[in-house]
Design a protein around this ligand. Structure first.
Ligand SMILES: Nc1ncnc2c1ncn2[C@@H]1O[C@H](COP(=O)(O)OP(=O)(O)O)[C@@H](O)[C@H]1O
Ligand SMILES: [Mg+2]
Length: 376
């Protein structure tokens, strides 16, 4: 950590010529680059022009005192390390010096054997401060870049989705007219092709709608309140049951689940998670879906949606929350592959975490929290 003395530049300020010369000579002798100045003003002029790592300044000086010098130095370089030299070594001055950003102070007169360890410590601190500042600058730059890239990506996907809807609507509209008014002029193969066009246009419409949903969720502000999660889950379940009344799905929702979050977004979250559970239990003879919170009383609670359906290979779990990634073929289970990305964004926007456990044909459980204070 300690750099060779030759690369360390020290600025020394003392209004008295003799001690100033003695100190700069001693520092030169130890291999440091040291420049001496008789006043705070001239020292600061030099500091503004050249890089110095350490500033050794006398406290009592006519005009500008050592504390003012250090304050000014800090303004020019927040990472500079200052050491105050004082004859009037009262606690009060030391405290004041520390407030001004002095790293240490030396009681005058001091010997070289006393000065050198103080210098070494100051040099290490200087190196750490410089390194830390560089890291922070790098991090800030990287964060800013990421934020810009993210915003660009979001507005891009929003405008793409948005601009795609009108030509698509035209395709759907005209193929519907073709189908309804001119189907008689087509032979059976022609009608089948037309059917495929209409089905694909419809699927594209769903994809675009999901994409728009995905970017809307990243933009809309969160309006958090206490939500009756149990009631919400039951409501989602009854809509699914209405859509497929013949399916014997047993939906068990734990009583008293309460979550703090945006009710509209939590609704979308449960629509997707329970909707998936509903869909991926489609081949079970006794499909069962359970919504609850884990038994351990964590705060905030860890909720889960569990099913006994098709499950998935846990090795591919990392793909689940990426848009358009699906672990099942469309012929097996239809879908767009966006639902869980929407869910993950909702969870993230609430400061929570989501993860899943599953094995092929063993059902799946999706766990999630809705707050950053989650310790799991
Ligand atoms: N409950 C579940 N059981 C098994 N696999 C699931 C379940 N939920 C999601 N998956 C898998 O994760 C993929 C992504 O889910 P999702 O984003 O909701 O898309 P979609 O349901 O449209 O396919 C699904 O294609 C499926 O392979
Ligand atoms: Mg889905």
């Amino acid at each position: 950590m300690s750099a060779p003395p030759g690369s360390i530049r020290i600025l020394v300020v003392d209004d008295e010529a003799a001690p100033l010369e003695a100190l700069t000579d001693a520092l030169h002798h130890h291999g440091y680059v040291a420049d001496g100045f008789r006043s705070g003003r001239t020292a600061l002029d030099a500091f503004a022009k050249t890089r110095y790592d350490l500033i050794l300044t006398d406290l009592m000086m006519p005009g500008m005192d050592g504390i003012a010098v250090l304050q000014e130095v800090k303004r020019l370089d927040a990472d500079a390390v200052g050491i105050l030299m004082t004859g009037a070594g009262t606690i009060a001055t030391a405290v004041e010096a520390m407030k001004a950003g002095a790293f240490d102070y030396l009681l005058k007169p001091f010997t070289l054997s006393f000065l050198i360890p103080v210098l070494m410590r100051a040099i290490s601190v200087r190196a750490l401060r410089v390194e830390n500042s560089a890291l922070q600058r790098g991090m800030r730059a990287r964060t800013a870049e990421l934020e810009i890239a993210n915003r660009e990506l979001e507005s891009f996907s929003y405008s793409v989705s948005h601009d795609l809807t009108s030509p698509l609507r035209a395709i759907s509209h005209f193929s519907a007219i073709l189908d309804e008014e001119h189907a008689g002029k087509l032979d059976e193969a022609g009608r089948a092709q037309l059917g495929r066009i209409r089905a694909n246009a419809e699927r594209m419409g769903q994809l675009i709608e999901s994409l728009l949903m995905l970017s809307t969720i990243s933009r809309s502000p969160i309006a958090a309140e206490q939500v009756d999660f149990s009631a919400l889950a039951v409501a989602v379940g009854s809509i699914l049951r209405d859509s497929e009344p013949a399916r014997p799905v047993s939906l068990v929702v734990a009583d008293g689940l309460s979550a703090s979050g945006d009710p509209a977004l939590l609704r979308v979250l449960l629509d997707n998670l329970i909707g998936n559970a509903w869909k991926y239990t489609g081949r079970q003879s006794a499909p069962r879906i359970e919504v609850g919170a884990t038994a351990t009383a964590t705060h905030p609670p860890t909720f889960f949606v569990r099913d006994n359906g098709a499950g998935f290979d846990a090795a591919y779990a990392y793909k689940l929350f990426i848009p358009f990634q699906r672990l099942h073929r469309a012929e097996e289970f239809p879908g767009t592959g966006i639902g869980l990305s929407i869910v993950a964004r909702i969870v993230r926007r609430h400061g929570g975490r989501i993860w899943a456990e599953s094995a092929v044909d063993q059902g799946a459980t999706f766990f999630f929290t809705l707050s950053a204070s989650d310790l799991a």
